[in-house]
Design a protein around this ligand. Structure first.
Ligand code: HEC
Length: 155
């Protein structure tokens, strides 16, 4: 590991530890280690999705904050969150990806989590990510139509 990379990791871990004080206040289902989940998010997802999941201002990456868990209310939504390329192709293990997704759902959009939410588990994630979406745009548009029909309140 280069000196530059280890310094970057130390900075990331330091900020993750600070955030942990907040996250530890309530335990998160399916998140064994919130600090590890945050660091995995920072290293693998944040570059596109931003620190809070708000995406890119130019609209190329969608805003997930206050929105992400809504997908769990429509058929195909749970699968979509794993099969979308950013998730499916991430260079982390199925267990780490399951933890990151659970962490994202609970930190970015706890408000819309279904009451019967069952956290992602490694086995489910491994099976789903082996079938990455070929038609992301069409699949996403269909899900958003189903969501609009549901008329869940937007925060
Ligand atoms: C190279 C940029 C990029 C990276 C890195 C990335 N994503 Fe994404 N992500 C996107 C884009 C763009 C979309 C919108 C759907 C699409 O076009 O793929 C998206 C959509 C998503 C969605 C569905 C939300 C929605 O409204 O479409 C989830 C969940 C998601 N990403 C999770 C992740 C996770 C988890 C990681 C890290 C392990 C990650 N992404 C890394 C660009 C990225």
């Amino acid at each position: 590991m280069t000196a530059h990379r280890s310094t970057l990791l130390m900075l990331l871990l330091a900020s993750a530890t600070t955030a942990l004080a907040v996250e530890n206040d309530q335990s998160m289902a399916g998140v064994e280690n919130p600090a590890r989940a945050r660091v995995n998010y920072m290293l693998n997802c944040q570059g596109c999705h931003g620190p809070t999941g708000s995406g890119m201002a130019d609209g190329t990456v969608p805003d997930m904050s206050g929105y992400l868990a809504r997908y769990l209310h429509v058929e195909g939504g749970r699968e979509f969150l794993v099969r979308v390329p950013g998730s499916a192709n991430a260079g982390i293990t199925p267990a780490a990806l399951a933890e990151v997704l659970n962490w994202m759902l609970e930190t970015m959009d706890a408000e819309h989590l279904p009451a019967d939410f069952a956290p992602y588990r490694a086995e489910e994630v491994e099976a789903l990510r082996s079938q990455p979406l070929q038609d992301v745009v069409t699949t996403r548009a269909a899900l958003l139509t189903r969501l609009a029909d549901l008329d869940l309140e937007r925060r």
